[in-house]
Design a protein around this ligand. Structure first.
Ligand code: SF4
Length: 392
């Protein structure tokens, strides 16, 4: 039976949309596909491309949680779209299971290294009726490679390979607890249970790091220091497991998805890129970004107007225009409002307001502006002046 759409209250957005519980936006319903293990078989990728072409906007979005987002879905198109995704094996059994399976697996796992088994065991534990009742955005990062790569990605409980086992720790803590592989999931669930019992679910942010500002972890979760690692720079192009490609603003045209599906299974990354398993070379396609120095990687933007009802202006068109005048090495985020949901980290930021665009030299969309009420032309002029004044 097709679940009913939630009542349309687009301003209440305390959850991440799923396939079974989509979210209303100005341009229709928004639905997210959470592929198991962050991987799509060729048939699944081709199937999503065909379904989006028929029932949604013709651009699929890559999210920072390694999910695929489909938008512009009408109420009439939702049931056949959901049925199509279910036939592809991409929908959980129920809303409870879907919303709890908020699990980010580092994309460079290899068959036989234990990563997928650990991820499956964690997904199973989260789906259990005994699992703690976690907030919708509460997530787990499973970093099972030799070196952690997900430290900069949002998560509340982190599980990292550490010696012969795993280090399980709360996001924001400088120490965690070590466990052999067979006990890591149980330890992570114990930590999640502590979060709920300590009041994290009722807190203003409902996130682990926010809770740690006022509550100390039990000593058993702080026995092993979290080792420092250099900030991970996600690669593009050829990598040992295949070929990594990114897309401007994470926007993947359905025709491109269909073409990639013919080449290889796809792994989704939290860096809004795709790993084409086993592929060693790619025919040139202008929409695919394959080099880390591509200017398109330095700009980001949220949906903005007209897709988001809270946006006071367009974002992506403006970001593209401003990319040409950015100082070398500088990144830019354009946000449709001060919520800044697509980029919480500080950088050069432009925020649309009812009276023009605000410019923040270094901050996020909620930071105090350095200039207010600018037109796109005035913004471009200010950035040009910055480029000349502060060569990097
Ligand atoms: S930041 Fe962008 S996408 Fe998020 S609510 Fe504001 S306008 Fe909408």
């Amino acid at each position: 039976m097709t679940p009913e759409l939630p009542s349309p209250s687009p301003r209440i957005q305390g959850w991440c949309p799923g396939a079974l519980r989509p979210m209303r936006a100005e341009d229709g319903w928004v639905l997210r596909v959470r592929p198991p293990l962050g991987r799509l078989t060729q048939a699944q990728a081709a199937g999503i491309a065909a379904l989006a072409a028929r029932y949604a906007l013709h651009t699929v979005e890559l999210t920072s949680r390694a999910n695929l987002q489909l938008r512009g879905i009408t109420e009439a198109n939702y049931p056949p779209l959901l049925a199509g995704l279910q036939a592809l094996g991409l929908v959980d059994a129920d809303v409870h299971t879907e919303s709890r399976r908020n699990l980010l697996l580092a994309p460079f796992w290899q068959a036989g290294d234990g990563s997928t088994e650990l991820a499956e065991a964690l997904a199973q534990a989260l789906a259990s009726p005994q699992a703690p009742d976690l907030p919708g955005k509460f997530g787990f990062a499973l970093d099972s490679g030799a070196t952690p790569v997900l430290r900069a990605n949002s998560a509340d409980i982190r599980i990292e390979r550490h010696g012969s086992g795993f280090l399980v720790y709360a996001d924001g803590s400088a120490a965690g607890a070590w466990a052999p592989a067979g006990e890591a999931v149980a330890l992570a669930m114990e930590l999640a249970q502590w979060f709920v019992q300590a009041g994290g679910r009722a807190g203003p942010h409902r996130r682990m790091a926010a809770l740690l500002a006022s509550r100390a972890l039990p000593a058993c979760f702080t026995t092993t220091p979290v080792p420092p690692v250099a900030v991970y720079q996600p690669p593009l192009g050829r990598v040992p497991l295949g070929y990594l490609v990114a897309l401007e603003f994470g926007q993947l045209p359905v025709a491109t998805l269909a073409a990639l599906a013919e080449m290889a299974p796809l792994r989704l990354t939290p860096w809004r890129s795709l790993l084409l398993e086993g592929v060693q070379s790619l025919p040139a396609q202008p929409e695919l970004i394959t080099r880390s120095d591509d200017t398109r990687l330095r700009i980001s933007a949220c949906t903005g107007a007209p897709g988001c009802g809270q946006a006071a202006g367009v974002t992506r068109v403006l970001a593209r225009r401003l990319a040409d005048v950015l100082p070398a090495g500088q990144t830019l985020h354009v946000s449709g409002c001060s919520k800044g949901c697509a980029h919480p980290a500080p950088t050069l930021t432009v925020v649309a307001t009812a009276t023009g665009y605000n410019l923040i030299h270094h901050g996020n969309a909620a930071s105090p502006p350095d200039s207010v009420g600018l037109t796109p032309a005035a913004l471009a002029t200010q950035l040009q002046e910055r480029a000349h004044a502060t060569p990097l």
